[in-house]
Design a binder for this molecule. Structure first.
Ligand SMILES: Nc1ncnc2c1ncn2[C@@H]1O[C@H](COP(=O)(O)OP(=O)(O)O)[C@@H](O)[C@H]1O
Ligand SMILES: [Mg+2]
Length: 248
């Protein structure tokens, strides 16, 4: 595969507002990438464009050598690109295991190739996100921390190759962040590619190997956490905002 995932010169305008201007980068299979930037920088808009919730004003999204700029979210999920939402969106009236099972419907062939029964497949995912004890509970009865874990579990139902996570740490305690980071590390160890939008920079920097920085809709930096934490433009963009250095 020549090109696993790339965005090429993405523009997104909302009326006169240029929410994204000329955003380009590529991600190799197996990478663990952070996407950061002050509020309003365009992170969520970029996720929405990549995952087919918005159409770009211009530019391309490439996934596994295909131009998927016009693809819908469900088509992308079938191809192996899945996102999570900052605010968990479970089916509250379904059990925890059925929430994960719903995702498998997007990709029956790929699940079939795992040689696991649907129950075994879902069971493994629940084990991975530490929700096995809650499998028969209604998602609506889960506490917030477990809902964030379920969001990661649900995203694995379609057996994605590229997973885009919108603020997986939001609202979690440091212990919970450590635990979810460990789960995400485990996923990349199995070959999954992760792009993570996150405001908790210190915790994010401990997890990712590469960070892309947006500011006012433009890409201002792309490098490893060490480089990013010293980058003049990045520091300026965050001036007056809370910035925590990695390993500080
Ligand atoms: N649906 C929309 N309609 C109009 N403006 C929007 C819409 N979504 C986002 N914006 C604007 O685009 C800019 C980027 O927003 P967003 O992508 O949510 O930033 P971030 O996620 O980095 O905080 C902001 O100025 C925001 O107000
Ligand atoms: Mg956002």
């Amino acid at each position: 595969m020549a090109q696993f995932f790339a965005v090429k010169s993405i523009y997104k305008n909302f009326g006169k507002l240029a929410a994204l201007s000329d955003i380009s980068f590529s991600v190799n299979q197996g990478e663990l990438v952070g996407l950061i930037g002050p509020n309003g920088a365009g992170k969520t808009t970029l996720f929405n464009v990549i995952t087919g919730f918005y159409r770009a004003t211009s530019g391309q999204v490439l996934f596994k050598d295909k131009d998927v700029s016009q693809a819908r979210p469900n088509e992308l999920a079938e191809m192996g690109m899945v996102r999570t939402f900052q605010i968990p969106r479970p089916f509250k009236e379904l059990t925890v295991q059925d929430n994960v099972a719903v995702g498998t419907l997007f990709n029956p062939e790929r699940m079939h190739k795992t040689h696991l029964s649907p129950e075994e497949f879902v069971g493994k995912i629940l084990e991975g996100v530490k929700l096995s004890p809650y499998k028969d509970q209604l998602a609506g009865n889960l506490g917030y921390g477990n809902l964030k874990l379920l969001e990661v579990g649900r995203a694995q139902g379609p057996l994605p190759e590229l997973l885009l996570l919108d603020e997986p740490f939001a609202g979690l305690s440091l212990n919970e962040i450590e635990s979810i980071s460990e789960i995400l590390r485990g996923l990349t160890a199995k070959g999954l590619t992760l792009v993570i939008v996150e405001h908790k920079l210190r915790e994010l920097m401990k997890l990712v190997k590469r960070v892309i920085v947006l500011h006012y809709g433009k890409k201002i930096a792309d490098g490893n956490p060490e480089e990013i934490s010293r980058d003049e433009q990045v520091l300026k963009a965050y001036l007056g905002r809370r910035w925590s250095k990695p390993n500080a």
